[in-house]
Design a protein around this ligand. Sequence first.
Ligand code: KG4
Ligand code: ZN
Length: 357
Amino acid sequence: MREKLTFLGIETSCDETAASVVREKANGTGEILSNVVSSQIEEHKEFGGVVPEIAARAHVEKIEFIIKKALKESNLNFNNIDGISATAGPGLIVCLTVGLNTGKAIAGSLEKPFVAVNHLEGHALSPKINNKIKFPYLLLLISGGHTQFLKVNGVNNYERLGTTIDDALGEAFDKTAKLLGIEFPGGPKLEEWAKKGDKNYFKLPKPILKKGGCNMSFAGLKTAVLRISKEIKKEKEKYHLAASFQKTINEILHTKTIVAMDNFLKNKKNKTNTFVIAGGVASNLSIRQNLIKLSKEKNFIPVFPPVNLCSDNAAMIAWAGIERYKNNLIDNLEFPSKARWPLDSSAPFLKGPGLKF
Ligand code: KG4
Ligand code: ZN
């Protein structure tokens, strides 16, 4: 029988410096032997968002320590590792380059296989670390950088059903929170505020709700929040705005998920339908409840990876490395960093002015 693979994964695509060691289990899922994430929230707080050069410098300063810590916590050394995988895109080039080059250097010097991983594929395959899920499954990825419905057909085989045409959902939460005076990243606090407010107090727009398939738009919402936030007089109204914003997001996700589910079911043969919801915004409890209820109504099994696998981490990169390696998808050390790297290369680029549905 083939030995179970063990991979070291490295992630530096944005503002998390992360390394992890993951081993295959006999039942096809994965065992996370270590999962070290160093977040840079403090470094970027005063700027209200991620500053690429500051992020890159922090990666350079931390990467060696983080990798050593991940190995130490796994109780393994480099000799026990079968391969190295690192995120090659999409993301900030100055950041990606740090983790990618470190991964290549380790792989090259140890003469071990190297796998370049698409960060989105990391998210897409992450539910398989803890769950025995069969392909195809429907994935909603909602993070600070990405908002997409994907049909996950298999490793390296994705169909994008819908995407945001402007802001990512986490970005919409963070921008709204900033307008309300909440510091970056504002999503979690905005959720707290929403609990104290009246969700029906303000009426906010739902752009392209009834058109554009399951593509989404959140920029108009931010403009409306900006206008209302200037008129707010009472403190309590801030909570109402947070609640109204969250309710509007839930309505958009509800409508668009139905479209995505209907698309997913076309030409599909297997009986069980799985709906995976991943990314930092998936930790929002009201969004979870909304999508769990909808899944039940539409006969889908909802799966939420645990929070430490939802937000950016390297365990998902190590796991994607294992899955790709098993499919003979091994890369050479010339693989470049890619700022833009769609999972579904046939899907159109849906961003920028002049887009109409
Ligand atoms: O996946 P993630 O950790 O990092 C990437 O963006 O890749 O997602 C972070 C995003 C931030 O925009 C943050 O505000 C948002 O997820 N977020 C939330 C909540 N927790 C995190 N948004 C709404 N409600 C939450 N509870
Ligand atoms: Zn991510």
